[in-house]
Design a protein around this ligand. Structure first.
Ligand code: SAM
Length: 380
């Protein structure tokens, strides 16, 4: 089978979700549900700002620096407060004038627990995601001031592997992983071995989607991650898959220094990984160097902040106290942004010798509400 249009790939991937788990009605409601989740999360930030008197309903407007000081923000988390302020302003909860922020309204507390549980469920997350987010929201003050570490809060009741898998188990990610796997499969024709390299394989959700589709095809599959915490369990899981191997690989270092010869790989796949690059431009060049001419990079990424995640998993993206912020010297420098938008990805790909062919979901799809996308680019 060949996939001849982006719409065909969309329909194929959607049919894997509907009618199995997602109804047409739930699909239509995804943007509204995402918005409710954003507001519950952002209202908790407003509660924090008022509790700490960083902003008060009748008080003076404050600069970002004043707000960070009032929250006793640890330097490594300052970028997060910047992102909170942007999201709060975009959602109309703060007003920005002359570089100063003022409250527009303080919404009364609702039953956060019930709202998070209902909304996460409607987005296809397991209930452990709502539980973890409730714990993080209850500890925002301690987390932002580094009196508490996010790992202690997230992994309190489960292993890191289970907790990380939970936040990637949802309709948006399932759709994109299915689309990536479907597309990849149609590219593998009978004939010589096809070499696939997965980056940042983590808990293996993308890997699972791919193996559901490609089994029996002539592939050599390398599952890699920077951490042996992920490659070791995957080694056990993939031991019966012919042609699969697992090992560590760091996307911040040249791949040929890590036993991936130049121009040796047909497909490189990465699910929600590339934003972890210290320098996106350098990582894309490492990827381009490893791909054969005409080879393809297939990756999923967040292309916008997700306000709910800004008050949850995004604490994991703050650098350690002795390290620099992701992207401090690339296209994200001085922006406080970890995620770049679709057109910036396209430019970065082009600069590295990769031509963007397709991107999903289409902007008018309800599946675009999470700000995640699949990119398919060819090495030119
Ligand atoms: C959000 S998880 C992605 C999980 C995975 N792709 C999946 O579908 O389940 C991000 C992964 O990127 C990995 N990672 C972070 N920095 C990395 C680096 N410098 N090189 C390679 N992998 C990295 C992390 O260890 C983590 O497993």
């Amino acid at each position: 089978m060949t996939i001849s249009s982006i719409d065909q790939l969309h329909q194929l991937s959607l049919s894997a979700l509907i009618p199995n788990s997602l109804s047409e009605g739930q699909l239509t409601n995804l943007p509204a549900t995402m918005n409710k989740l954003a507001l519950v999360s952002l209202n908790q930030v407003i509660q924090l700002l008022t509790n700490k008197q960083a902003l008060t309903p009748l008080g003076d407007a404050q600069t970002a620096t004043q707000i960070k000081t009032a929250l006793n923000t640890a330097p490594r988390h300052e970028w997060l407060v910047d992102r909170w302020l942007v999201a709060l302003t975009e959602h109309g909860l703060l007003q920005l004038q002359d570089h100063k922020y003022a409250l527009t309204k303080v919404t009364p507390c609702t039953d956060i627990k019930a709202e998070l549980q209902a909304n996460y469920q409607a987005l296809g997350f397991p209930s452990t995601m709502a539980d973890a987010h409730i714990r993080v929201l209850a500890s925002l003050s301690e987390l932002i001031s580094d009196q508490l570490d996010i790992n202690q809060v997230l992994y309190q009741q489960s292993s890191p592997l289970v907790a990380l898998a939970a936040y990637q188990t949802n309709y948006f990610t399932a759709y994109l992983n299915t689309a990536l796997a479907q597309y990849l499969t149609t590219q593998i024709k009978p004939g010589p071995m096809v070499k696939i390299l997965e980056l940042g394989g983590g808990t293996g959700l993308l890997t699972d989607s791919i193996f559901q589709q490609i089994s029996g095809r002539p592939v050599q599959y390398q599952f890699t991650d920077v951490s042996a915490l992920f490659t070791k369990p995957m080694q056990t899981k993939l031991r019966t898959q012919i042609g699969a191997r697992c090992r560590t690989l760091d996307i911040d270092r040249a791949f040929d220094e890590q036993a991936v010869p130049p121009a040796s790989i047909d497909f490189i796949v990465a699910g929600n990984v590339l934003h972890n690059a210290q320098h996106i431009g350098h990582t894309l060049k490492h990827i381009r160097a490893a791909l054969k001419l005409g080879g393809q990079l297939l990756f999923t990424e967040s292309i916008a902040d997700n306000p709910a995640m800004l008050t949850a998993m995004q604490f994991l993206l703050s650098p350690a106290s002795d390290q620099v912020m992701l992207g401090h010297a690339d296209c994200r420098a001085n922006s406080s942004q970890v995620f770049i938008d679709g057109s910036t990805w396209q430019k970065q790909l082009e600069q590295a010798g990769l031509q963007l062919m397709w991107r999903l979901p289409q902007p008018n799809s309800p599946l675009s509400a999470a700000g995640q996308a699949l990119f398919i680019a060819t090495a030119i």
